[in-house]
Design a binder for this molecule. Structure first.
Ligand SMILES: [Zn+2]
Length: 321
């Protein structure tokens, strides 16, 4: 079988990783397809290049009127932007999401506004999402297992990157789909880099999420960006340290620079080489990750800061990536 832009996930027989070509970059955006009854699709990409998802499903023998379960790790548009389009093409498909993400799929305007504010000129790589009929949405039970046909999926909260983010543990394969909880993996460099976008990145929660991954101890982790790797504890320890050091670096630059834009420019202009993707993509990543940490630092300094509470506006403030 010739699988364009798609490869089977190592150590599995029925889990496929599709490269969506997100942001016109190879090896950045993953969509996973679990080839069972029904087919499971983990995340959908931005909606640009959604044809790649249709072609992948077709190559795996999924027909247009078959049942499909779309599981969204979170509703940031680089993960959920294509969901409405996919539902239009597949009348038997429905979407599973955290209850805090549900309303954003029905009424995506806030999500679009938040994303535009966060990503700036990168918006040209997105496609406006299509509203989803509530009749085709299912709320996932956080902390529990769901049985979807042949698949048993454990639904695990991972609120550090976004309060409504979930990870999915596939019992049959011992694989964990981490969304953006475990950073961004670049297979060619075998490196994990931070992903800390506005408006709701929370360091302490993200560190807890990584510890949760260590507790689960899956055979393999499947990243939202990009691909999969064997899980090893040193990688988790290293990502926790990396998050702490990254937040500290932004804090120090804020103390040294004139204003927040200067802090952002500092990190945009001092990207380590070689580039991970393209110069444009790398700079966009540096910009959004710095903005996310600056927002987190503001929140942490506010008199209302408390580890146990949520950031203000959390229910209606959405961004990326
Ligand atoms: Zn993402």
């Amino acid at each position: 079988m010739n699988l364009d832009n798609m490869s089977v996930v190592t150590e599995t027989a029925d889990v496929y990783c599709l490269d969506t070509g997100m942001f016109d970059v190879d090896s950045y955006g993953s969509v996973y397809i679990i080839d069972r009854e029904p087919a499971l699709v983990v995340d959908t990409g931005t909606g640009q290049n959604i044809d790649r998802v249709y072609e992948a499903l077709s190559q795996l023998g999924v027909e247009r009127d078959d049942e499909i379960a779309v599981l969204l790790t979170h509703v940031h548009l680089d993960h959920a932007g294509g969901a409405g389009r996919l539902l239009q093409q597949y009348p038997g498909a429905c979407v599973y999401v955290h209850e805090q993400g549900y309303e954003h799929l029905v009424t995506p305007e806030t999500l679009v506004a938040g994303t535009k504010a966060a990503v700036g000129d990168q918006w040209r790589y997105y496609t406006p999402p299509i509203s989803i009929d509530p009749a085709r949405l299912r709320v996932l039970p956080v902390g529990e297992s769901v049985q979807i046909g042949e698949s048993t999926i454990e639904v695990i909260a991972a609120p550090g990157h976004a309060p409504h983010q979930l990870m999915f543990y596939d019992v049959a394969t011992d694989i964990l789909f981490t969304g953006d909880a475990f950073g961004i993996y670049t297979p060619s460099q075998d490196r994990i880099r931070e992903t800390t976008p506005p408006a709701q990145f929370d360091l302490e929660r993200n560190l807890t999420d990584v510890r949760r991954i260590e507790t689960i101890e899956p055979t393999r982790v499947c990243f939202g960006h990009f691909g999969s790797t064997t899980f090893v504890h040193t990688q988790a320890e290293s990502y926790r340290r990396q998050l702490i050091e990254w937040v500290e670096a932004v804090r120090q630059q804020r103390a040294a620079q004139a204003d927040d834009e200067a802090v952002i420019q500092h990190f945009v202009s001092t990207i380590d080489s070689p580039y991970r993707w393209t110069a444009e993509r790398d700079r966009a990543e540096a910009r959004i990750n710095t903005k996310g940490v600056l927002g987190y630092l503001d929140w942490k300094q506010s008199p209302n800061w408390d580890n146990s509470t949520v950031q203000p506006g959390e229910e209606n403030s959405m961004s990326d990536t």
